[in-house]
Ligand binder design. Structure first.
Ligand SMILES: [Zn+2]
Length: 153
């Protein structure tokens, strides 16, 4: 399987072998840096996205969903003589298959098992326990603090 990144890595390796001037060697090093930045994002389980192209939005959706569509790599490939025919013949990375969904009763049983195995707050070390309160969020000891107005307690 050869995708755009792998094709470019091969072309840069050939150019490094043929580089006979310091300028040509620097160009190859620059190409390697681009290839190192714009590579498959292994932390994205949903899409074969480009790490170097970054993300957008609160959900950190990738700017480039498929590494073969990375504009930086496509420009670099143009410099290395890619043609439409070569590009069309490259493999296009696909997202990994989704894991099968558990039936509801199994998922519920797993959730209950996890809940039963947790440590209750009263058994946690004192530093992790909420301050003791009387009524609704009023601390028993010490001066009134912001905890009194915390709606999550
Ligand atoms: Zn990219």
């Amino acid at each position: 399987m050869t995708d755009l990144h792998e094709w470019l890595t091969g072309r840069v390796a050939e150019a490094e072998t043929a580089a006979d001037t310091p300028a040509a060697a620097r160009r190859c090093e620059a190409d390697r840096r681009i290839l190192d930045r714009h590579r498959l994002d292994l932390d994205d389980p949903y899409e074969p996205s480009c790490l170097g192209c970054g993300t957008y939005g609160d959900l950190e959706s990738p700017n480039t969903d498929n590494i073969n569509d990375c504009p930086e790599l496509l420009d670099l490939a143009h410099a290395h003589g890619i043609t439409d025919a070569i590009l069309a013949g490259l493999d296009r990375p696909e997202p990994p298959p989704l894991s099968p969904v558990k039936p509801y009763n199994e998922a519920l049983a797993d959730a209950l098992d996890r809940l039963r195995s947790t440590t209750p707050a009263r058994q946690a070390p004192a530093t992790f326990r909420p301050a003791p309160t009387r009524g609704v969020g009023i601390p028993i000891t010490g001066a009134l603090t912001k905890q009194r107005f915390n709606p999550w307690r």
